[in-house]
Design a protein around this ligand. Structure first.
Ligand code: ATP
Length: 299
């Protein structure tokens, strides 16, 4: 776009999401293994008279266009830090399912930050950008970094992970979203009075990622929020079953859901799982993507 900067940002899938008990501040400690996958939003910023947000894409009507949009909040934070006005038009070309547990809002926050940093020539360091990302939300730093990473704390303290290959995925997009706070609330309800163990990353899972072995990864993926997501949306059980019957190596709810993620052996197998999911009528759409892919990139 003339005079503007466009940044492409990927979605994520949690190959492991280990959730600890509720802390005094209401948050949960996590051991969160993120993998960036090739479904992308593109965020364009152009100079304007005032801050405004527009959005296009199949789910655009579900995206807030006011100051609650994570992209707008990111731009305001960067502007405040550098003592300038946040007068930009942010346009989001949205392809990541909204409220689908794939960190679409976080992707837009990271994308807008990187785009405005480039537009304004602020020269902010990577650490400064990551600090702003962490203030915006637990998943935002990973959207900036991409690849694969272990997030601890609320998920925002990142350790980059080596990955020895490319993994193939199918994502079943459900009708309607699930609110992340509601899913954590259901997790707390289901675990009331139960001692929840400290969340730790699985050694087998980290080895599987490092070796690029899809079968080993399939045996190690896990999501502690899956029970809560299924409790709020029992129909997801039939989506998971349809994908496994279609040949997926593993089936898991993505983050807080309701998107479900299917690890498959290759592109051909991905096509078969897509067909099985669509034929069973258990999802609104099925998308194919590979990971890991890089984080926010200026186009
Ligand atoms: P996560 O996986 O990080 O828990 P999610 O993928 O489930 O998130 P998002 O798509 O990030 O969910 O959207 C969650 C809510 O955030 C939306 O319902 C919407 O109200 C709000 N939101 C704020 N900014 C955005 C944005 N840029 N894009 C989408 N949703 C946004």
């Amino acid at each position: 776009m003339p005079g503007g900067v466009t940044v492409r940002v990927p979605a994520k899938v949690n190959v492991q999401l280990a959730v600890g008990g509720a802390r005094a501040d209401g948050f949960h400690d996590l051991a969160n293994v993120f993998l960036a996958v090739g479904l992308y939003d593109e965020v364009t910023v152009t100079p304007a008279d005032a801050l405004r947000v527009t959005c296009e894409g199949p789910d655009a009507d579900q995206v807030p266009l006011d100051r609650t949009n994570l992209a707008a909040r990111a731009v305001e934070k960067l502007a405040a830090r550098y003592g300038r006005r946040a007068d930009v038009h942010i346009h989001i070309a949205k392809d990541i399912p909204v409220a689908g547990g794939m960190a679409g809002g976080s992707a837009d926050g990271a994308g807008a930050l990187v785009a405005c940093d480039a537009l304004w020539g602020t020269g902010a360091s990577r650490d400064e950008l990551l600090e702003i990302c962490a203030e915006l939300g637990s998943d935002v730093p990973f959207s900036l970094v991409g690849g694969a990473a272990l997030g601890t704390g609320r998920g925002e303290k990142l350790r980059v992970l080596e990955v020895g290959g490319t993994f193939h995925w199918v994502f079943a997009v459900a009708d309607g979203g699930l609110s992340t706070p509601a899913v954590y609330g259901e997790f707390d309800r289901l675990h009331a009075g139960v001692a929840v163990p400290e969340p730790v990353a699985s050694g087998a899972l980290l080895e599987a990622l490092a070796s690029g072995d899809a079968l080993a990864l399939a045996g190690a993926v896990s999501n502690d929020l899956q029970g809560a997501a299924l409790s709020l949306r029992p129909s997801l059980e039939s989506t998971l079953t349809a994908g496994v019957e279609g040949g997926a190596l593993a089936a898991i709810v993505s983050g807080s859901g309701p998107t479900t993620a299917f690890l498959v052996s290759d592109g051909e197998s991905a096509g078969k799982v897509v067909e099985a999911l669509l034929a069973s009528g258990v999802c609104r759409a099925a998308r194919v993507a590979v990971g890991p892919v890089p984080g926010a990139v200026v186009l």
